[in-house]
Design a protein around this ligand. Sequence first.
Ligand SMILES: Cc1cc2nc3c(=O)[nH]c(=O)nc-3n(C[C@H](O)[C@H](O)[C@H](O)COP(=O)(O)OP(=O)(O)OC[C@H]3O[C@@H](n4cnc5c(N)ncnc54)[C@H](O)[C@@H]3O)c2cc1C
Length: 468
Amino acid sequence: MEKFDFAVIGGGSAGYAAAAEAARSGLKTVCVEGGKEVGGLCILRGCMPSKTLIESANRFLTLRRAKEFGLSAGGIGFDARAMIERKRRLIDEFAKYRVKQLNGGRFEFLRGRAEFADAHRITVKLSAGGEKQFEAATVLISTGSVINLIDLPGLVETEYLDSDAVLQCERVPRSVAVLGGGAIALEFAHFYSALGVGVTVVQRSGQVLKDADPDVVEALTSALRNRGVQIICDTKLIRAERSANGKRVLYEKNGAEHYVEADEILYALGRKPAVRGLGLENAGVETEKSGAIAVNDRMQTSQAHIFAAGDVTGLFEIVHIAIQQGELAARNVLRLLKAEPLIPIDYRLKMFVMFPEPQLALLGLTEREAANRGLEVRAARYPFNDHGKSMIRGETEGFVKLIVEAKNGEIVGAAVVGPEASELIHEITVAMNFRSTAATLASIPHYHPTLSEIWTYPAAELAQSLGH
Ligand SMILES: Cc1cc2nc3c(=O)[nH]c(=O)nc-3n(C[C@H](O)[C@H](O)[C@H](O)COP(=O)(O)OP(=O)(O)OC[C@H]3O[C@@H](n4cnc5c(N)ncnc54)[C@H](O)[C@@H]3O)c2cc1C
């Protein structure tokens, strides 16, 4: 039986990063990918296709606002089929590149579904037919996640779109009821509303993005509401059904039954770790109640030589963190094989970005997380509606927020709701990487007029109030 130093199950973002890192270190590595297509979620049905469609919608939104900028843009419209076709072209290109990387010869790449026979032997049902079994000294499970379909009566019969379907859908409905209030739900709510579709978001918790600070959520939801998106929180879904005008979602709120009627239902109630068929029990790998593979901060599972990374760990559903975890797992595999101490993962710079308009970005600690850790912090905000460059751009909703440790002014977190939030946050990521204080950030030159210079205002305010 063939023997490998390291076997990677799942060739998505985490798996590819881990296999490439291990192969660079000279480990004899195999990567098994069981999807119908190769590329992983981010490329095929996640980050890239969704942002491609959102880009089309954003440009349409700009055209709709032409008059405000003294421009005329008559007869504007969109062609959903052409938007999907553009997305298809780009995704094909990204996927082809990933296929080339996986087949690059640095490690063995197998197409097929992998299953543990025991803690060191893996059986692969090859896509081309037949089976292959091999032995691995160490393993990484990076099988990602799948859509978590809850048991909502009538939903399947009524029919619905999920994120996979929206990314293929060449028809734009007149109105959409979005179930869920996470990143995927809100990005698609934005996508449809930018195209002029009536959107209602129905969320179970008291706020959308339940882990974010309330001021940040409020800035985003009030901007979306200003654009006509209805957001209903604190609900309990009852059932879905067809109605004379389309589809209906019934829910309970404040003890009474209500419903939303729409042309289409978009199901965006989350994803769950993809562990089915992996034979984890044969390998003695333990999972959490949610099905997520339990890992320690070295990315090891309950079996010290089996690691896990990415969505399958249920920790974050963020691609650069999946890559960070995959690379760290590969480095730790090498250390384990050399009997050296393993390195822990560091989430100090954890970042979360969403791409509606306005965009939202969170970095490091939220105020709530800081409080939970007993860390004494100060926060300062500055609104985009008082900032020259955002006024020029006509994008004045939202604010930036800096969070610093009270004792020394070190930046420990930041948030942006506003124009180019996804880009603006990176300045603070660099500052935090070098453990900058608010005073240092305030003293760094910023060109005028730019969006970036907005950071100097909360930084200066904090530096002054803390006396640094
Ligand atoms: C609509 C949408 C938008 C998103 N947008 C963003 C965004 O803008 N930014 C961001 O950071 N994140 C975004 N995400 C999340 C991001 O895509 C994921 O966090 C990331 O792709 C997870 O990578 P992964 O390697 O863990 O899993 P995947 O990339 O899903 O890789 C897992 C691979 O394992 C394979 N596999 C599964 N089981 C087996 C098996 N038994 N044998 C062999 N192979 C197997 C699968 O075929 C798959 O290719 C988005 C997700 C969605 C759905």
